[in-house]
Design a protein around this ligand. Structure first.
Ligand SMILES: NCc1[nH]cc(CCC(=O)O)c1CC(=O)O
Length: 311
């Protein structure tokens, strides 16, 4: 049974990149269709401003969400739409993840003006990515490749590719598809070659924990199979040390109630070793999904992966 909630006036805090704006507009349209009045509040976050350094060196994932949380705290906005991949594992005190929406394509995409796939790249080709996970997975597949840093929003990264600074880049397929740029995708990496990041392709909506009325208004937007998958994936990250900068991949799939989760951990000390683990179980609740994620993390640790303790 769905209980109709009374119409609310909702301000969405969002980053101003084209992808973030698309995501906020998407949520806005869904909420408006349910009778709510919705406005956007665009903001530039530190993660968007600092483009000359690797994300892991300037404060990690939280950079993209902290300023939006301040807007929620101060009541200038009521909900924040995030790419879940950028959301730290544990919400700060007073905030809650109220909604996880249906996932877009969670895989990574190979993008190149000249080459149709990773295999087609010549020896020593230059590939752009600043993601530690993508770096380690790429080097495991092709030790000859030269991996160069690449930051900035989607348009900036594609421009740098088109200017010839790289032979190819790796991006989340979800972002390209949302912005109608799927024609830039030359190949989709299967999870067996490039295991996705926890939460990749999924949107999460954050609220102040005391706003039950908003949680109710967002309930119809929840996609439970996606929430179960990302709950398991995020539990792997949490168990391995949360928001630390380590190469970490976690990807869950559901076949009915049967969940399979794969995880990979790379030594941040630069040793090109990759530890993988996999686990399958029946999952119908978020608690079960999180337990499965914690289990696969325990397997990683048993195989030599180290929990990251730096904050
Ligand atoms: N780290 C930035 C980021 N955060 C979310 C996405 C893509 C969209 C998504 O995963 O939902 C991207 C770009 C990328 O990794 O190529």
């Amino acid at each position: 049974m769905t209980v109709a909630t009374s119409p609310l006036s909702i301000v969405i805090a969002t980053r101003e990149s084209r992808l973030a704006m698309w995501q906020a507009e998407h949520v806005k349209a869904l909420l408006q269709a349910r009778g709510h009045t919705v406005e956007l509040l665009g903001m530039t976050t530190k993660g968007d401003q600092i483009l000359d350094r690797t994300l892991s060196k300037v404060g990690g994932k939280g950079l993209f969400v902290k300023e939006l949380e301040v807007a929620l705290e101060e009541g200038r906005a009521h909900i924040a739409v995030h790419s879940l991949k950028d959301v730290p594992m544990d919400m700060p005190q007073g905030f809650a993840l109220a909604c996880v929406m249906e996932r877009e394509d969670p895989h990574d995409a190979f993008v190149s003006p000249k080459y149709h796939s990773l295999d087609a790249l010549p020896q020593g080709a230059v590939v752009g990515t600043s993601s530690l996970r993508r770096q380690v997975l790429l080097q495991a597949l092709r030790p000859d490749l030269k991996i160069e840093p690449l930051r900035g929003n989607l348009d900036t990264r594609l421009r740098k590719l088109d200017e010839g600074q790289y032979d190819a880049i790796v991006l989340a397929a979800a972002g390209l598809k949302r912005l109608g740029m799927q024609d830039r995708i030359r190949a989709i990496f299967s999870p067996t070659t490039m295991l996705p990041a926890a939460g990749q392709g999924a949107l999460g909506i954050e609220i102040r924990a005391d706003r039950q009325d908003l949680a109710q208004a967002l309930a119809p937007l929840v996609h439970m199979p996606t929430w179960l998958r990302v709950a398991a994936e995020r539990a792997v990250s949490r168990s391995m040390g949360g928001s630390c900068s380590v190469p970490l991949a976690a990807h869950a799939v559901l076949d009915g109630d049967l969940m399979r989760i794969d995880a990979a951990w790379g030594d941040p000390q630069g040793v090109q070793s990759l530890i993988c683990a996999q686990q399958t179980a029946t999952v119908t609740t978020r608690a079960q999904a999180e337990a499965l994620g914690a289990q696969v993390a325990a397997h990683l640790q048993a195989a030599g992966a180290k929990i990251c303790t730096q904050s």
